[in-house]
Design a protein around this ligand. Structure first.
Ligand code: SF4
Length: 213
């Protein structure tokens, strides 16, 4: 039997799915991370080329191992290679992938997707390039409006900086000081207002649970 918290999260998921579909995204919801993984994998064609945006939600579901199973042409940015030129070259190739799999930093209640990136390799192909974009996000990513989306991103960015081991001031303080250092991870911010330009290109799986941060 579902708990009251699960029921609340399902309500949130259903509501945002309806908003996102009105905004011409292809959205649906699942109950948990395991179901999200099953659904995500079922949506990727065998033999397709696949790129991955940095995402704790996708990492937590073990998607890298799935993409390394030989069924896909995986643009694998998680190899132990130098960032420049090798990883940058993988990022370039990723722009033409059949599928981009990624999370999102925030979803407003009006159905906007808001993201901030260090390199641009995630936010750029979310907008244009890959034929399909599949976004997986927990209900904890839902915020009231754009202002709260930017606030959320500022709050979570230090955790992302710590996770990817960037030497930024926020890794010491735990909060954003709007730094000006080479390793800054907050360089490019995008708002995707809707999915109308290439209808059906952006698919969104909402998890009726907390996932990632
Ligand atoms: S702007 Fe700099 S200090 Fe602020 S969260 Fe981003 S990397 Fe950290």
């Amino acid at each position: 039997m579902e708990t009251i918290k699960q029921w609340k999260n399902i309500c949130k998921a259903k509501t945002i799915v309806a908003v996102l579909n009105k905004k011409h995204f292809q959205a649906s919801y699942v109950l948990n991370l395991a179901e999200a993984k099953e659904k995500l994998v079922s949506m990727i064609d065998d033999g397709a080329s696949v790129a991955l945006g940095g995402s704790t939600t996708l990492s937590d579901m073990g998607i890298v191992d799935v993409l390394r199973n030989g069924n896909y042409a995986f643009f694998d940015r998680y190899q132990n290679l130098p960032f420049d030129p090798d990883i940058v070259e993988i990022h370039r190739k990723s722009l033409t992938a059949d599928f981009l799999l990624t999370g999102t930093n925030a979803i407003t209640k009006q159905g906007e997707l808001v993201n901030t990136d260090c390199t641009g390799n995630r936010v750029a192909p979310m907008i244009f390039g890959p034929k399909n974009v599949i976004i997986v996000a927990g209900v904890n990513k839902i915020v009231e409006n754009l202002e709260d989306a930017f606030k959320r991103i500022r709050e979570i960015a230090p955790m992302n900086s710590k996770r990817i081991k960037h030497e930024t001031p926020c890794v010491e303080t735990g909060y954003c000081v709007d730094c000006d250092c080479k390793k800054r991870i907050c360089n490019f911010t995008t708002i995707i207002h809707n999915g109308i330009k290439f209808e059906g290109r952006i698919k969104i799986i909402i998890i009726a649970d907390e996932a990632g941060y």
